[in-house]
Design a protein around this ligand. Sequence first.
Ligand code: MN
Length: 257
Amino acid sequence: MALIDFHCHLDLYRDPNRVVAEATRRGTYVLSVTTTPSAYTGTRALAPKQGRIRTALGLHPEIAVAREHELPLFESLLATTNYVGEVGLDGSRPHRHSLERQTSILMEILLLCARAGGKIITLHSRGAESLVLDVLETEPLAGSPVLHWFNGSKRQIERASERGCWFSVGPAMLNSARGRECVRHMPVERILPETDGPFGQTGNKPLMPWDAMDIVADLSSVWGQDTSEVRERLVKNFKQLVGATDRELPAFSHNRE
Ligand code: MN
């Protein structure tokens, strides 16, 4: 079975090398996101050459203000990857006070992406769903936004879809009634699996990259499609998004488990 995890913090597991080895053994495609530019090179080194792990260059909104001095490093590394993230805005209570500075940092990142010719960008938007969409609209050439764990309203989801956003959805999100309600409004052809591991958890255990496809059962009931159709759809979505930019991506081996 083709396995995809489009948002995972490989470098933050207790034993990243073990997770990488097992993901590789299972043929899992992983978008390995980072939280600071200074973590990028080391995280990228975890991924075997010619494999299915791709490393995204990130500056997480919860630490973006403290690490603003890493923006020049972000700029110098940007040409080495098609993928950016985790970036975005956090409007939850502990970070709300810095939203203005977070916003200017995100705008700077999107401008750099646009200048580079567009990237696939995985975005955090907790408590700042509308604001993230506002900022994305200021830089339409930044690339393809993937809203990760997007808990917006039906209207916000529609607005995001209309402006070309994708959505990555994981088992932890679908464990909540709110998350299941959100997924109902997301277009079938714009959804990708994610874990957000090791932060994304089920039963107090960190989700592993190969667990992302556990969303198939829930999507199957939401969409009224059988599980094999849902799996096919997710793989098709993934190829649609990355296929044009990532020509070195190895084909999925089917029958791998
Ligand atoms: Mn994350």
